[in-house]
Write a protein that binds this ligand. Structure first.
Ligand code: C5P
Length: 239
């Protein structure tokens, strides 16, 4: 995780496509992207082959499978995922402390070396949800920032490496969780891009300023008419 040399290395591009051929086309079109996110759609479609493809090209990998299950099951999934040696792996904080602990231990056990490379990070609250949905759909009686912070602290207390949060919560999480807690922020939108279903977004510059370590950006790049220009423009705007 510490081989970032340029600002481009801190941008994780979401490979949200449904086939290996579409994924390959994007990876080859964007050689300057060093960090790719493989999410549910692509992993369910292609399986571990996509991990091999990215490794052959010496890319870093965020395997965003968002595990959410009982302790025994998430532990099994993390033990199995450890062999992929990806950089980042996700689990929902809402699994609870026992499951988070079991997942973290299993990831360490499953690693090929005693210095595991994979960092397990927790989803605090999906960035497509807003405070209204938190209150009325999920019936959570906390303000959204307070809830996101609580979920991040749960992850920190159980020994996870970091959390996924909206850039809008990054500043508060950075202050409360400390500098060594990794903050990965999706919900990032340059001024010139469409918001889509992201409800708590910020510009890339504002997200880094708020304390994000890595930004996850998908559609503003991948759905653009010119993904190369969109990625370059984001890097340029970040200076
Ligand atoms: O296209 P867009 O930039 O909205 O993509 C954001 C990516 O980050 C998606 O792959 C989405 O699954 C992921 N993500 C998110 N919110 C979270 C966790 C992950 O949007 N809390």
């Amino acid at each position: 995780m510490n081989n970032d040399t340029t600002i481009a290395d801190k941008i994780i591009v979401a490979l949200d496509v449904s086939s290996q051929s579409e994924a390959l086309a994007l990876i080859d079109k964007l050689p300057d992207v060093s960090f790719w996110k493989v999410g549910l759609e692509l992993f369910v479609s292609c399986g571990p082959a996509i991990i091999e493809i990215l490794k052959e090209r010496e890319k870093r990998i965020f395997l965003d499978l968002k595990f959410h299950d009982i302790p025994n099951t998430v532990a099994g999934a993390c033990r199995a995922a450890a062999k992929y040696n990806v950089d980042l792996l996700t689990i929902h904080s809402t699994c609870g402390k026992d499951a988070l602990k079991a997942a973290q231990s299993a990831l360490v056990e499953g690693a090929a070396t005693d210095q595991p490379t994979t960092k397990l990070i927790a989803i605090t609250l999906l960035t497509s949800l807003n405070s209204r949905q938190l209150a009325f759909e999920l019936k959570i009686p906390l303000e959204l920032p307070e809830y996101a912070l609580h979920m991040a602290l749960l992850a920190k207390e159980t020994g996870l490496a970091g959390a996924v949060c909206s850039p809008q919560e990054a500043e508060q999480l950075r202050m409360s969780c400390g500098d060594d807690f990794l903050l990965v922020c999706p919900g990032v939108r340059p001024k010139w891009a469409e918001g889509g279903d992201q409800k708590r977004s910020m510009t890339p510059k504002a997200a880094f300023k708020a304390g994000a370590d890595y930004l996850v950006i998908g559609r503003p790049i991948t759905a653009s008419d010119d993904p190369v220009a969109a990625f370059a423009r984001i890097c340029e705007e970040l200076g």
